[in-house]
Design a protein around this ligand. Structure first.
Ligand code: AMP
Length: 186
């Protein structure tokens, strides 16, 4: 019996990562786990986590590693994920998260997909989508943090031979086909 698929999707905010992640998870029958969606749900429900996360999210800052590691470790241990596999969207985002991820999920992890879209293009797209936390300042800060905190993970995954870089420019269908091909040829 082959073990379920464990995938991570990386990409700058505004790369189309969230939309592609939903389609990809459906295509491969794995559970889509978006840490941004989980945090937004917590904010809407007014939970303790939501209250703590809201100001950071609005400012484009990152929520603390320990909180994020706890949330994701807990989610990955649920039966639907254990049985069906996962596509992580928005995590890991820092080296500390990648290290923790390797400890609690290293054995189940198969491939990281980097959806590559240049900074100028993602900035244009994010200003267009007009989400609540998409102020110009927050967008700039998220991009800065992506380069500083998340981009180094690409080298890490590459060194484990678990990175596929996918060109994120083009129509959503073209990009989706590239992502599917990258997973299938892993
Ligand atoms: P996203 O929907 O992935 O763009 O996430 C929205 C916001 O949630 C981010 O700007 C962060 O404030 C927070 N967030 C989501 N995932 C993480 C993570 N893995 N680590 C830290 N903060 C996160």
């Amino acid at each position: 019996m082959s073990s379920p698929l464990g995938l991570v999707i990386l990409g700058r905010q505004g790369s189309g990562k969230g939309t592609q992640a939903v389609r990809l998870a459906e295509r491969f029958g794995v559970v889509h786990i978006s840490t941004g969606d989980m945090l937004r749900a917590a904010v809407n429900e007014g939970t303790e986590l939501g209250l703590a996360a809201k100001a950071l999210m609005d400012a484009g800052e990152l929520v603390g590693d320990e909180i994020m590691n706890g949330i994701v470790a807990e989610r990955l241990a649920k039966p639907d994920v254990v049985a069906g596999g996962y596509l992580l969207d928005g995590f890991p985002r820092t080296e500390a998260q990648a290290k923790a991820f390797n400890e609690f999920a290293g054995a189940s992890f198969d491939l990281a997909l980097n959806l590559d879209v240049p900074v100028a293009e993602v900035t244009r797209r994010m200003l267009d989508r007009g989400r609540d936390d998409d102020t110009a300042e927050a967008i700039a800060r998220r991009l800065e943090l992506y380069e500083a905190e998340t981009a180094p993970l690409l080298a890490l995954f590459a060194s484990e031979d678990k990175l596929a870089v996918v060109d994120g420019l083009g129509s959503p269908d073209e990009v989706f086909d590239r992502l599917v091909a990258a997973v299938e040829s892993r």
